[in-house]
Design a binder for this molecule. Structure first.
Ligand code: HEM
Ligand SMILES: *[C@@H]1O[C@H](CO)[C@@H](O)[C@H](O)[C@H]1NC(C)=O
Ligand SMILES: *[C@@H]1O[C@H](CO)[C@@H](O)[C@H](O)[C@H]1NC(C)=O
Ligand SMILES: *[C@@H]1O[C@H](CO)[C@@H](O)[C@H](O)[C@H]1NC(C)=O
Ligand SMILES: *[C@@H]1O[C@H](CO)[C@@H](O)[C@H](O)[C@H]1NC(C)=O
Length: 328
């Protein structure tokens, strides 16, 4: 205060500069608080990343598909209200969350792994690490655990106090989508067609239910006939909705570029997968990833960072949940 009165009593110009820099600092502080940062937990919870990584490694060692399930949770989180942990909220008598929406019901998995990670983090650093950030880090660590690329995860997302059943139904792309639908679903989230094709490579791991690919194996003409026949033996034209098949028939527990090689020979499992190759505008990108997995890895990593930055809650928006399944 002494220096302020000293400045202001001397000259109005000095006063002007004082307030000019004062407001500049304010603006700077408020824009940076809205940004994610890779060092967000460096001082507030230095063990956060190692804790998440070792839990993901253990879960994937126990069941390799869990890596796929955790990666998909982050995608379904980010496409609905942004990456805010909304997908993790349980339904209650007075609240319907996203878990029973069409793309999620009887399909999403990995919630117990997220709970276990959250409880370890709560005992190490109480109410510091958000559930939304757990999903972002677990997605990266899952891809790495299955042999895929690594990337630096941006952090500082906070958790929503709301969820949206209707947005989960409208905003998450469906397996019956054509290429135009897919491009626009991603463009609605600020992601390019290139991002969409790269992110679809996530289907190099994991499984889908019969109900998700039945129409493709009975009605599509652009499917390899022996693949269709073999899938039909476990996925009847009606019934057995939950019987599973690998999204990548060749290597469903390895994160590699086989997904794209499959598309070159009409071996995509989902109708939407095969839309990326076979006469459309994305054919050349698929061929390029099929031939060059390093290029796929680079593009996938950068598209994951973009997807992970969809409308995060930062600063004082939202909260840090103590239990990922419910608001505080
Ligand atoms: C391009 C539009 C996409 C569509 C139409 C789509 C659709 C689907 C469907 C229908 C399933 C099977 C669900 C079931 O039958 O239970 C699935 C599984 C999966 N999706 Fe996608 N998806 C898309 C993009 C993505 C993206 C961007 C990611 C992640 C970056 C992703 C990751 C996964 C994973 C890893 C699985 C397997 C999950 C498991 O085994 O538990 N998908 N997807
Ligand atoms: C934050 O921690 C990570 C991992 O220990 C380190 O690589 C990075 O340099 C740190 N960043 C800052 C800004 O301290
Ligand atoms: C979710 O799946 C269960 C079990 O199949 C079913 O009973 C329920 O109606 C489904 N929920 C919604 C909202 O479709
Ligand atoms: C894609 O599907 C939408 C309906 O989801 C339809 O309106 C559109 O005509 C289709 N586009 C092409 C190119 O088939
Ligand atoms: C295949 O297409 C026909 C005609 O559109 C439809 O009636 C039938 O339900 C479809 N089959 C499957 C398994 O989707």
């Amino acid at each position: 205060m002494a220096s302020l009165s000293g400045i202001s009593s001397r000259t109005p110009l000095a006063l002007f500069f004082f307030f000019f820099f004062f407001f500049l600092c304010c603006c700077f502080a408020s824009t940076t608080s809205a940004q994610l940062s890779s060092s967000f937990y460096n001082t507030s919870c230095p063990n956060a990343l190692p804790i998440i990584q070792s839990a993901v490694k253990a879960a994937v060692a126990k069941e390799r598909r869990m890596g796929a399930s955790l990666l998909r949770l982050h995608f379904h989180d980010c496409f609905v209200q942004g990456c805010d942990g909304s997908v993790l909220l349980d339904d209650t008598s007075g609240f319907t969350g996203e878990k029973t929406a069409g793309p999620n019901n009887n399909s999403l998995r990995g919630f117990d792994v997220v709970d276990a990670i959250k409880s370890k983090l709560e005992s190490d650093c109480k109410q510091v690490v958000s559930c939304a950030d757990i999903l972002a880090v677990a997605a990266r660590d899952s891809v790495v655990a299955l042999g895929g690329p690594s990337w630096t995860v941006q952090l500082g997302r906070r958790d929503s106090t709301t969820a949206s059943f209707s947005s989960a139904n409208s905003d998450i792309p469906r397996p019956d989508f054509n290429l135009t639908d897919l491009i626009s679903a991603f463009s609605d989230k600020g992601l390019t067609t290139t991002d969409m094709v790269a992110l679809s490579g996530a289907h190099t791991i994991g499984q889908a239910r019969c109900t998700s690919f039945r129409a493709r194996i009975y009605n599509d003409t652009n499917i390899d006939s022996s693949l269709a026949a073999s899938l039909q033996s476990s996925c009847p034209s009606s019934g057995d909705d939950d019987s599973l098949a690998p999204l990548d028939a060749s290597t469903s527990t390895a994160f590699d570029s086989c997904y794209y090689r499959n598309l070159l020979s009409n071996k995509g499992l989902l109708h939407s997968d095969q839309q990326l190759h076979g006469g459309g505008s994305t054919d050349s990108q698929v061929s390029s990833y099929a031939a060059n997995s390093a290029k796929f890895f680079r593009d996938f990593a950068s598209a994951m960072v973009k997807m992970g930055s969809i409308s995060p809650l930062t600063g004082s928006s939202g909260e840090i949940r103590t239990d990922c399944r419910k608001t505080n």
